[in-house]
Design a protein around this ligand. Structure first.
Ligand code: PLP
Length: 343
């Protein structure tokens, strides 16, 4: 059977033989007693990489975000986020359901909110009848905007604003690895502007499961309590932490390759008559493109009939994501299939 080229997401990767070996050989203990040496090593490694005091391994990116928001807020509080943020669209209403807080989504440009917009969204302190603004949340890279990188100067300005209004900052850094590799800005520098940072091992880094939260000792102590309360205590978690540790040590720098592949794909798409793509927006491993002659659903189905999987994201647009399990030949073949289908 011909190889299926799966560009739906960077979450579809399967662990490599080397990664599986690291998992097989992992030393484990009971992490609910904080006795799993591999989990502890991963947490220390990432805390150090992120320039934070401590870190906590959790099962997923959603849990990482939701625990962070829970620790930073009290019921009745409000979180400012961008209108296309993952926490707004794809986390099942959890801020309300789990923490009794609401989101105040601000429509940014390509996923980026201006400081003026954020300031406007902050509730006046004296307005007792309004929710209390507590957190500014930023997603980097921004998924729905197409892997857009948040400019570091904007983040720094936003941090100043947060200080002025005594607000907390949370970074949804599911793909902060991609932002760092693309810009050369260390993750610790990005993280320095935030009280809490979430990041995923199960996306571009290629681990099968797992995410991390990083922050101060006090923050992580609280996060540890909430993780247990929400059923996220993982006992011999070292088996999966070993994959995450392998991923962060071996697969970080190679994200550059994914970015190159995305650019290569986007450039070819830009040449096609019935496809629309904005090359300026292809900054990491995600390529958003529009179809002119048909719907995204129909286009996606047609591609699938040739063995190419790309998800529709709206009526006319699709999202292709490059990752560890697609090589340059796959990109070449994907281009050929899209060329054929768009005619
Ligand atoms: C920006 C962002 N945040 C959080 C998540 C959630 O990660 P998970 O699916 O591991 O819960 C995702 C997943 O795609 C994401 O893209």
């Amino acid at each position: 059977m011909e190889k299926i080229i799966d560009l739906r997401s960077d979450t579809v990767t399967k662990p490599s033989p080397e990664m599986r070996k690291a998992m097989y050989e992992a030393e484990v203990g009971d992490d609910v007693y904080k006795e799993d040496p591999t989990v502890n090593e991963l947490q220390e490694y990432v805390a150090d990489l992120f320039g934070k005091e401590a870190a906590l391994f959790v099962p997923s990116g959603v849990m990482a975000n939701q625990i962070s928001l829970n620790v930073l807020t009290s019921p009745g509080d409000e979180i400012i986020c961008e209108r296309d943020a993952h926490i707004f669209h794809y986390e099942s209403g959890s801020p309300a359901a789990l923490s009794g807080v609401q989101l105040n989504p601000v429509k940014g440009e390509n996923g980026i909110m201006s400081v003026e917009q954020i300031e406007e969204a902050i509730r006046p302190k004296e307005a007792y009848y309004m929710p209390r603004t507590k957190v500014i949340e930023i997603e980097n890279t921004h998924n729905r905007a197409g892997g857009i990188i948040q400019p570091i100067e904007k983040i720094a300005e936003t941090k100043k604003l947060a200080n002025k209004y005594k607000l907390k900052m949370h970074l949804d850094g599911a793909r902060i690895w991609n932002a760092s590799v693309a810009t050369g800005i260390p993750i610790a520098e990005y993280a320095s502007y935030f009280d809490s940072v979430s990041a995923c091992f199960s996306k571009g880094l290629g681990a099968p499961v797992g995410s991390i939260i990083a922050g101060s000792n006090g923050f992580i102590k609280e996060a540890f309590r909430v993780r247990k309360a929400w059923g996220g205590g993982m006992r011999q978690g070292g088996i999966i932490a070993a994959a995450a540790l392998f991923a962060v040590k071996n697969n970080l720098e190679r994200l550059k390759e994914d970015h190159e592949k995305a650019k290569q794909l986007a450039k070819a798409l830009a040449e096609m008559k019935n496809i629309e793509v904005d090359l300026n927006k292809v900054q990491t491993n995600i390529v958003m493109f529009g179809v002119k002659k048909t719907t995204a659903q129909a286009f996606s189905r047609k591609l699938a009939s040739y063995g190419l999987l790309i998800s529709p994201v709206s009526k006319q647009s699709l999202r292709a994501v490059t990752h560890l399990d697609v090589n340059y030949a796959d990109i070449f073949n994907a281009i050929e299939i899209i060329e054929k289908v768009q005619k």
